[in-house]
Design a protein around this ligand. Structure first.
Ligand SMILES: [Zn+2]
Length: 266
């Protein structure tokens, strides 16, 4: 799909306000600038070209983009690059192929009101190192999560500025997806960043799913550093020990203050 198909309205409004059809405008530009100008310009707007520019994945190619049957979303087919081996999701190394699973849909950052999905048929590998048949690891996804990493990062960034509910509404997505995104980013952070000294933590318990479920959120609230450190999927009293285990004694033993406005859960 050409992005110009979506933006044809924008492209065809001339500065004086009268509009030209896409091809007519192309011809007009060709007449003014010589053949090739419009074609080059329009080709440069191809959706796949843009994706290759901002989210290129080694070992995979974007095949083509099209509208879904209901025209509400854009689907981008992805396939492995010829000759590139699948990567085992357990040991993160290339392994020989075994078979293929059903096609999966990974939600990408929406574009101009259209939902965007990457469609990909997951491969399984026969990994001798791990001694199992395992599903492959794909660079845009995180295990079973249905959102792409790019979209999770996008949502999680907004969720730092707005409430999760507001983020969901503004992005026309669900609270659960925003939660998934935040959890992914927090988990990634725990695995990849150095935490340093933490003096004060704030503990927040929230109800969700019509009040039937609880989450415990632990923030670092030191001067100049406010960040979500950890998410527990139960009420605080049950999940709190998990926070100390995950963080490790070296960090938790130095915590001086714990702030919480909760009453004792019964
Ligand atoms: Zn493996």
């Amino acid at each position: 799909m050409l992005l110009s198909e979506l933006s044809i309205e924008i492209w065809t409004i001339s500065p004086k306000g009268h509009s030209l059809s896409g091809r007519k405008r192309e011809l007009r530009l060709e007449a003014v600038y010589g053949g090739g100008f419009a074609a080059t310009r329009l080709r440069a707007m191809e959706l796949i070209t843009i994706l290759n520019r901002c989210y290129r994945f080694r070992g995979f190619v974007y095949q083509h983009a099209h509208f879904s049957a209901d025209k509400k979303s854009i689907e981008v087919a992805v396939r492995p690059r010829k000759g590139s081996a699948a990567v085992c999701s357990r040991c993160h190394l290339a392994a020989p192929g075994y078979d293929q699973l059903a096609e999966r849909r990974f939600e990408f950052i929406p574009l101009w009101g259209f939902l965007v999905f990457l469609l990909y048929t997951m491969r399984r590998v026969d990994c001798r190192r791990c001694g199992v048949v395992a599903v492959e690891e794909v660079p845009w996804g995180d295990g079973k999560r249905t959102l792409t990493k790019a979209y999770m990062l996008f949502l999680a960034r907004w969720a730092r500025r707005l409430s999760w509910k507001e983020t969901a509404e503004a992005s026309r997505t669900s609270w659960d997806k925003v939660f998934d995104a935040v959890e992914h980013v927090v988990t990634w952070g725990l695995e990849h960043r150095t935490l340093g000294q933490i003096d004060t933590i704030g503990v927040d318990e929230i109800q969700y799913s019509k009040g039937h479920k609880y989450l415990t959120l632990v923030y670092q609230i030191d001067p100049g550093v406010t960040r979500l450190l950890w998410i527990g999927k139960e009420r605080t009293i049950e999940s709190f020990p998990g926070f100390f285990t995950t963080m490790g004694e070296e960090i938790t033993s130095k915590i001086v203050f714990i702030c919480s406005d909760m009453w004792e859960p019964t």
